[in-house]
Design a binder for this molecule. Structure first.
Ligand code: SF4
Ligand code: SF4
Length: 384
């Protein structure tokens, strides 16, 4: 790390007053109660590592066990960006074998397509539908960025989102089938994430730098962080300024739910707000959209904006801890007695689906677009 960067990190770390206000917000501390699993403890470990009194292996598990959820920053009077600092530290320490594996999978859309197909088959989902048809005729031109999860795991949602955008009056086409780079970056592979970001930027430039809409809160957050990944690339700043979350875009353009079969409700719906949507503030647009839908009775779950314990691949790597965090969410959803939980992050959706199966709940999990385009009655088979 260069000297300037090191000084910056040390200054950030020195701002921590050890007050502990962040502790109750941290999902890992909430489960284990261990100081090293808390934001304050992680900052202390980072500080000692930077000071040279701890070795890499002594901080590795505390860093890897951070969900990068950002809950602590919102509660911190100093506004210390712990998640970002942990992510930077992971990149400094190196991504290791796990990082290589993540890069190998997520840098290759062809490979993701095959993995997605197998996973859909294993989950009993049918053949994937076609992609979003290019339609650039409308004066509002929108490039849709589905991200790899919608692209390969939930292609029905990808089609539904394309349809919703067209119904909102936009000319829509798919910007790129690439992964935004978040799984690599979170694993500590900043270089691999920057390479993917560069490829997405090439597509953005080639498309004439349009407005970009995504229905994945995590993709939205990552695209907006491209200036940090590619600091010498002016187009990264321009892209970051043109990214919209689906619900926020619909609210901005005055979209109303399309005419057609209504839910003969009331259908009780609850919401899981992804961490990235909480951080951007756009999660509120999704919540307002759900509240406004005819036939929907919105029921807010306790801790609807708390992390689900998925965090992309984190949940697979830390299955026990993840399961305990997820169990709390499931109890909160069960208490609402809703029949459907909607979320705007496909990785959260996978995690919630796991939670529903484990808890044996009668709760469907769906997407925002799935609430707006209803090829089938939602109460029978939401979103698929
Ligand atoms: S709330 Fe902020 S200042 Fe207080 S202990 Fe946590 S990170 Fe440090
Ligand atoms: S980012 Fe999340 S998991 Fe990591 S220290 Fe902060 S609250 Fe805890």
């Amino acid at each position: 790390m260069n000297e300037e960067r090191e000084e910056h990190e040390e200054r950030e770390l020195a701002r921590c007053t050890k007050c502990g206000f962040c502790l109750p917000t941290c999902p890992t501390y909430g489960v284990t109660g261990a100081e090293t699993d808390s934001p304050r403890g992680r900052l202390e470990l980072l500080s000692r590592r930077l000071g040279g009194t701890l070795r890499a292996r002594e901080v590795r598990s505390a860093l890897n066990e951070c969900l990068l959820c950002g809950s602590c920053t919102a509660a911190c009077p100093q506004g210390i960006p712990t998640a970002r600092m942990v992510r930077r530290a992971k990149s400094r320490e190196g991504a290791g074998l796990f990082g290589l594996l993540v890069r190998g999978v997520f840098s290759h859309p062809e490979f993701l397509r095959v993995v997605g197909r197998f996973s859909r088959r294993a989950n009993g989902a049918g053949k994937a539908p076609g992609g979003v048809a290019p339609d650039r005729a409308s004066p509002i031109r929108v490039a849709y960025f589905p991200g790899c999860s919608h692209g390969f795991w939930y292609p029905e949602t990808k089609v539904a989102t394309g349809n919703v955008l067209v119904a909102a009056g936009a000319g829509v086409w798919e910007l790129s089938p690439l992964c935004c780079g978040l799984p690599l970056w979170a694993a500590g592979d900043r270089e691999g994430a920057a390479a993917l970001a560069g490829r997405v930027l090439t597509a953005f430039r080639a498309a004439g730098e349009p407005t970009v809409v995504t229905d994945c809160a995590s993709c939205a957050a990552t695209l907006r962080e491209y200036p940090e990944l590619l600091p010498r690339e002016p187009a990264a700043v321009r892209l970051a300024a043109k990214v919209w979350d689906l619900a926020a875009f619909l609210a901005e353009t005055g979209y109303e739910s399309p005419p057609g079969p209504r839910i003969p409700g009331p259908l009780a719906v609850t919401y899981h707000q992804p961490c990235h949507a909480r951080q951007s503030g756009e999660g509120e647009a999704t919540r307002r959209l759900l509240e406004s839908l005819p036939g929907v009775e919105y029921r807010e779950a306790k801790g609807y904006d708390a992390c689900c314990g998925g965090a992309g691949l984190w949940g697979l790597r830390h299955a026990e801890l993840s399961g305990k965090i997820l169990a709390r969410k499931m109890a909160a959803f069960a208490a609402t007695e809703a029949g459907l939980v909607v979320t705007s992050c496909p990785a959260c959706r996978m995690q919630l689906e796991r939670g529903v199966r484990r808890a044996g709940l009668k709760l469907a999990v769906g997407s925002v677009a799935g609430m707006l385009v209803r090829p089938k009655p939602l109460w029978e088979e939401p979103d698929r």
